[in-house]
Design a protein around this ligand. Structure first.
Ligand code: NAP
Length: 323
């Protein structure tokens, strides 16, 4: 198929574009050209890259027509964050594509009710990002089921992998937390440390997109969680990372109000956003319908990213090496 991917040079695209090319698809990648994929791959030689600023072209109303005029069989939209942006594209592509895949997020769920959370749970999102992504999902599923628009929505968890810092130990993005664990230093965690994070390796997200394309009849009109097999509690996460560094875990649990005074306001806000969601999502539907099988556990995905930070960025200058 001729697959157009919008935003294909980021975390997921780094893995997805080579997988698409390896699967024999003709790939066209749209991005502003401001960044390179995290890892080189020979497949990029065969990928047509087009420089485009989606936001700017949406303002002038030409973005949808641009995508349609590339005559795609399938479109993968990695970077859509508003219902208006989604609608603009769907209106241009209606009746013109075999498959439209939207990258959502597990933040379409608010606080969990019954865990692991399934795709069937009513949406109770909070925060602008999750609310808008849930509205996009509702719109797209309606277009699929009422209007026959061939959409699949994939909801990743916290995406990790080598090449970037988006690691959420402690529920935020502070790489130094890993250095603390590596040095065997005490780490303070909020509450009982029993709130959860649910990671997924970027290559497993890429796998899910490939599987959705390959399982069209089951995938269309559906949304799927794309996470590792199991979420981690913050305390379990810290304990496992400490073991990985060959150190005892020295954890101190603090009531939220006390804990938040130990970090900056921005870190407290990021942590609150994660622990208030405490995601714990089921992949049973993706396993059953897409034959999705994540290669990485949450810890393996994080460990690969931490190893990259150690080797490429000198995260641990004086601390122990991982086992
Ligand atoms: N990160 C997470 O933990 C997480 C978790 C759940 C869901 N998600 C979802 O994952 C998706 C993002 O995927 P990702 O993490 O692979 O993306 P990413 O790493 O942020 O990469 C974004 C891609 O889009 C391009 N891009 C950004 N702005 C653009 C614009 N205005 N016009 C054209 N291209 C543009 C970037 O290249 P240029 O900069 O060169 O344009 C790059 O190719 C989102 O839908 C998000 O909701 C992320």
């Amino acid at each position: 198929m001729r697959v157009v991917i919008i935003g294909g040079t980021g975390h997921v695209g780094t893995y997805l574009v080579p997988r698409l090319a390896d699967a024999g698809h003709e790939v066209v990648c749209l991005s502003r050209g401001q960044r390179e994929p995290y890892q080189p791959h020979a497949a990029w030689k065969w990928v047509k890259q087009i420089q485009v600023d989606r936001e700017a072209e949406e303002k002038t109303g030409v973005f949808g027509a641009r995508v349609r005029d590339l005559a795609p069989d399938a479109v993968i939209d990695m970077i859509c964050f508003t219902p208006e942006s989604t609608r603009h594209l769907v209106e241009a592509l209606r009746g013109r594509v075999q498959h439209f895949l939207h990258c959502g997020t597990i933040w379409v769920h608010g606080p969990s009710v019954e865990v692991p959370t399934t795709e069937e749970q009513p949406r109770r999102p909070f925060g602008e990002y999750g609310i808008k992504k849930a509205a996009i999902e509702a719109y797209l599923l309606d277009e699929a089921r009422r209007g026959g628009f061939p959409v699949t929505i994939l909801h990743p968890g916290h995406i990790v992998g080598p090449g970037w810092h988006r690691l959420k130990q402690g529920g935020n993005f502070i790489p130094q937390v890993f250095a603390q664990l590596a040095r065997g230093e005490e780490l303070a965690l909020p509450n009982l440390g029993l709130e959860t994070v649910h990671h997924v390796h970027a290559d497993d997200v890429a796998q899910a997109f490939i599987q959705a394309l390959a399982n069209w009849s089951g995938a269309v009109g559906e949304s799927f969680h794309v996470v590792s097999r199991a979420a981690l509690t913050l305390r379990g996460y810290a304990e496992l990372m400490a073991v990985w560094f060959g150190q005892p875990a020295r954890l101190r649990l603090m009531p939220w109000e006390e804990w938040r005074a130990t970090v900056s306001e921005a870190e407290a806000v990021a942590t609150w956003d994660h622990i208030a969601h405490s995601p714990n999502c089921s992949i049973a539907k993706a396993e059953r319908i897409l034959d999705y099988g994540p290669r990485y556990s949450s810890l393996q995905a994080v460990a690969e990213a931490v190893r990259w930070m150690i080797e490429q960025e000198g995260l641990l200058e004086t601390s122990s090496k991982p086992q």
